[in-house]
Design a protein around this ligand. Sequence first.
Ligand code: GAL
Length: 936
Amino acid sequence: MKVGRILLVLALALAGGGPAGAPAAAEPVHRVSYDKHSLMVDGQRVLVQAAEFHYFRLPSPELWRDILEKEKAAGFNAVSVYFDWAFHSPAPGVYDFSGVRDVDRLLRTAEQVGLYVIARPGPYINAETSGGGFPGWLKLVPGRARSSAPGYTAAYRDWLGHINPIIARHQITRGGSVLLYNVENEYAVNTDAAYMQDLQDTARGHGIDVPITTNLCCDAASWTSTWASGPGAVQIPGVDDYPQSFDCGNAATVWGAWGAGITERVRDDVPVFAAEYQAGAIDVNNAGYEACRELTGVAYTRYFPKSNLITSGATAFSHYMGFGGTNWGWLAQPNDVYTSYDYGAAITETRQLTAKYDEYKRQGYFLHAVAGSLTRTDPVAAPAAAGLETLARANPDDGAQFVLVRNPGTAAVSSTLDWGPYAFPVTLAGHDAKVLVGGYALGGQRLVASTSEILTHETIGGRDVAVLHGNQDAPGATVLRYSSRPRVTVLEGQVTTTFDAGHLRLDYTHTGLARVLIDGGGRRPLLLLLGTSEAAASFWRADTAAGPVLVRGTALLRSATARPGTLALRADTAAAGPVEVFTGGRAVTVNGERVPTRRTPSGSLLGRLPGPRPVALPALTGWRQHAEAPEAAPGFDDSRWALADKTSSLSPFAPLTQPVLFSDEYGFHTGSVWYRGRFTATGGETSVSLNAITGKRGNYLVWLNGRYLGSAAGGVQADSDAPANPSPGAGEFAVPAGLLKPGGPAVLSVLVQNMGHNDDWTADDNRFRQPRGLVGARVNGSAAPVTWRIQGTAAIDPVRGGLNNGGLYGERAGWTSPGYADRNWPSAGTTVPAGVTWLRTAFQLDLPSGQDTSVVLRFAGPPPAGYRAVVYLNGWQLGQYGAEIGPQTDFVLPAGPLRQNGRNTLAIAVIATSPSSVTTPTQAVAGRQRGGVQGS
Ligand code: GAL
């Protein structure tokens, strides 16, 4: 047996002694180590199958458990989590980890659910978050971001000083479940080794003792460092792969546009880690997330991750994203995403499970079942099948073989797989792949070979239960070895058997679910369930103290607990119907209720479960309306606004005029900002030239002495990806004749919709420090000086955080909050003038308890061109709707912000560039299941 180099990570920290002030190194609860094949916990090899989840994109801590349980139920054993610095720090030195920012609760929940955590605190995270996770205030800190510059260093150390201790106490070495710690993110260009090293030294100083990783992007050709050796090297470099690109609009034709998705080995002595493996896509072309789900759909998921598994030998995977969530508030980076971050993921933004989820489950259960063998394999010669590609790996210790059979073409192929003494018929659809297993200890059985894929095998009630599957109508053959001919009883379906020289061969066509009982032959009994892939996906597995159980018929199995004589399940149902339970126990409860059951010929328990109750959502009526924008009126008192008088900034973008009007310079980093420029008119004014940078999807509206002059689109990203645009968001506004009286006062009022901060993917200040707000303002025809004042967000919302509110008048005056008294507002009409108008209504909900109802706010699309609507539910900014923003018409109202049994208030800010007819939204049910996480 080859003994790999085993690195006891903890020993490093202990040997180093740790910097002063570091927590004392206690005896670890568990030890993490690794060799070239896999990670190990307490010496046991672990195959890491993670899904990415962003708690900050689900403002509902009670629902974090829902997502984590759904991941776990799909066979994921880990969750990968970015921690978004900007989400926790609205101002320098201010950090908040309460409520929706309670990451301690998140990590505790992951532990309770039984998921390892890959912790990714950045400081830079990308992730289509505003600033790539950098707080807006960082733009005012000197020193290049993502480098060892002192100003940046002090800032990120402060962040890590807050987040690392929380992560540290949840490490597996201390009884928690954090298994890996990821520094930085795709730090591949403009690299600085001293910075990479300091991130790790800082983490170690804060008590991080699990292996440190980083995620490299995306192909070796572009790497300036792999962080595999030398200063800044991490222990386990991981690699990101997005083989399908982000071209959701062409989902039907894209296939491996960005490569084969084979994770590269960057170090010989550590496991191959697919740190971000594409599991969805951002919707850069506004095709809608269903198109992204198709781009990265079942076919992609069957072909690419399976190919990677066998080709790369990777034993640690993280799929980006498992659940995408919502860019609520001003979380989003403006250029690539809109409110929804659904991502076309396996679990939708409304928390519903998809066909893609089923595919991850088939693979997740398989990986769980075979991990013992698959975590230590080497490439071997593969059995051949004409017209198909085959590749194989084998475990040198137990001899288990894993054979990838794939069809790279688009037409179905029927062939023969020459595997040892056998010539098996195999049929693969176009672009399909399977991983077949042979020479394998299937529980107490010996699997010689099978052309069906393994879903799972468990020992339940003293016998083995194995579920194998294949495509509908595809031929299947399974060969098992026995010392003598066993008794074979086909309980259901059509299966033929032959026994020859100790080999029992079963031949069948995959259709429905065949059931075969095999008893004797020198082994314990086996219930072999041979089904279609669809039938396989109907199974759920869970572990209990009394051993594993399998359940069929529920929409989800959240957990199972063995009580004396009884199996207690927590499960969801989407409709009334049968439930079948494979358990050693005699009785079953589901969500606390006893389920009458009878024993089936398969030895399982069969009962019936009720479905969810119907849900009636109230109509949204009684809208009231109030126009705002008093800031446009000449007499508005702006004396308490900040004076915009700076003459320089740290941004490489040179202001087009003086003074510097960049909103960040005055502490306004989030959402809308107002400007008021005062001057004495000469009467010669002809026009006003303005320029604003907002990020994509932003705009600005202009008034002069209360007269609306019009609007323009804000400027978009100009960075090293696209040559700097000297005039990114220009607008020319003619001064109406007679509006300004010579010698009279003039006030120019400008409302700018800033859409969030550029990311810093290129580690390049041109991109990250690009300003927001006005970057140039000139009154043509006059040399009179203009005095500018600026106002943005008035106060940081202590509950919803610093990214929730911008600086609209209604936001500053509390019009978004449920308690605001709007009874004097008139009833809403159907039109709004140019400018800002607010709509408000309230509604009462009383959703059924004991069930999970997912509610969305639905606008009758398509999104309008003349206005944008910013939606607040009980003060939470949950969506932005409009043609300039994106294709989205449904906005998720998550429980938490949505009081499912109580009174709710909706406030909508309508920002119209021209007089518009507005439609008010309705509510709709996006999913309902009996069960859910309520009460847990
Ligand atoms: C990766 C990056 C992630 C995310 C993803 C696209 O390159 O590491 O943070 O931005 O691309 O969704």
